[in-house]
Design a protein around this ligand. Structure first.
Ligand SMILES: Nc1ncnc2c1ncn2[C@@H]1O[C@H](COP(=O)(O)OP(=O)(O)OP(=O)(O)O)[C@@H](O)[C@H]1O
Ligand SMILES: [Mg+2]
Length: 185
C-alpha cells in the first residue's frame, strides 16, 4: 500500500489566491506576465539554478506573479516561500533551519532589499543565494530596487550572484493597490 501525504501549501493564506488566471494583463505588464508564465511552464528545463529577478515599483504585481508561479508548480515540485524581512525577523529571534529554503525545487524570496541592512542581514541573504546556486535550484526574487542599486541594499556578493544568475523582469504600470479596477477577478 502506498500512502501519499499531501504537502502543505507553500504560500501564506493571504497570498494563496494569486494566480495567472486572475492577473489582469495590460500593455504595461504583458512582458512581465509572459516571462513569469514561461518560467513556470519551462521549469523542467531550467539549468544551473537560473531563476527570475522581478523588480519594479510597489503594487505593480511582483508578489502576485511570484505566487502565481508557486501555485502553478506546487503540486509537482517542492516550493518554498519566504518574505525576506519576515524570515530575517524570525532568524533574529530564534533558530530557523534553512534546509527547506536551500533544498526546495523552487524558492520565492519576496521583498529583498527592504530589510534594514547590516553585515548580518547581508550575510544571511548570501548564505541563501549561494546555497541555492550550489544546489542548482532556481529562486524567484522580488524587489522594489533597481538592479543597479541592489548591491547597496543587499551587499556586493549576494547582488552579484542575483544579478548574474537570474533573468531580469521589469514591472511597470499603476500601483494596483490604488487602482479602482485593481480587484482580482
Ligand atoms: N495585473 C494585476 N491584476 C490583478 N491584480 C493585480 C495585478 N497586479 C497586482 N494586483 C493586485 O494588487 C495588489 C498588489 O500587488 P503585489 O502585491 O503583487 O505588488 P508588488 O509589486 O509585490 O508590490 P510591493 O513592491 O509593494 O511588494 C495585490 O492584491 C495583487 O493581487
Ligand atoms: Mg510584493
Amino acid at each position: 500500500m502506498v500512502l501519499s501525504v499531501a504537502r502543505p501549501h507553500p504560500l501564506p493564506s493571504g497570498l494563496r489566491d494569486r494566480t495567472f488566471d486572475n492577473f489582469r494583463v495590460t500593455p504595461l505588464n504583458k512582458e512581465a506576465y509572459k516571462a513569469c508564465e514561461s518560467f513556470a511552464r519551462n521549469i523542467a528545463s531550467v539549468k544551473n539554478g537560473s531563476g527570475l529577478l522581478l523588480f519594479g515599483r510597489s503594487g505593480t504585481g511582483k508578489t502576485h506573479l511570484a505566487c502565481a508561479i508557486a501555485n502553478r508548480l506546487k503540486d509537482k515540485y517542492t516550493v518554498s516561500f519566504a518574505c525576506f524581512p519576515i524570515l530575517l525577523e524570525r532568524m533574529r529571534t530564534g533558530n530557523v533551519s534553512l534546509d527547506e529554503y536551500l533544498s526546495a525545487d523552487l524558492l520565492i524570496l519576496d521583498d529583498i532589499g527592504s530589510e534594514r541592512e547590516s553585515a548580518w542581514t547581508m550575510e544571511r541573504l548570501f548564505v541563501l543565494v549561494d546555497g541555492r546556486l550550489i544546489n542548482e535550484k532556481p529562486t524567484v526574487f522580488t524587489t522594489n530596487y533597481e538592479v543597479d542599486d541592489l548591491d547597496k541594499r543587499v551587499g556586493m556578493r549576494a547582488a552579484a550572484r542575483i544579478i548574474n544568475n537570474n533573468f531580469h523582469v521589469l514591472f511597470q504600470g499603476v500601483d494596483w493597490r490604488y487602482n479602482p479596477q485593481s480587484k482580482r477577478f
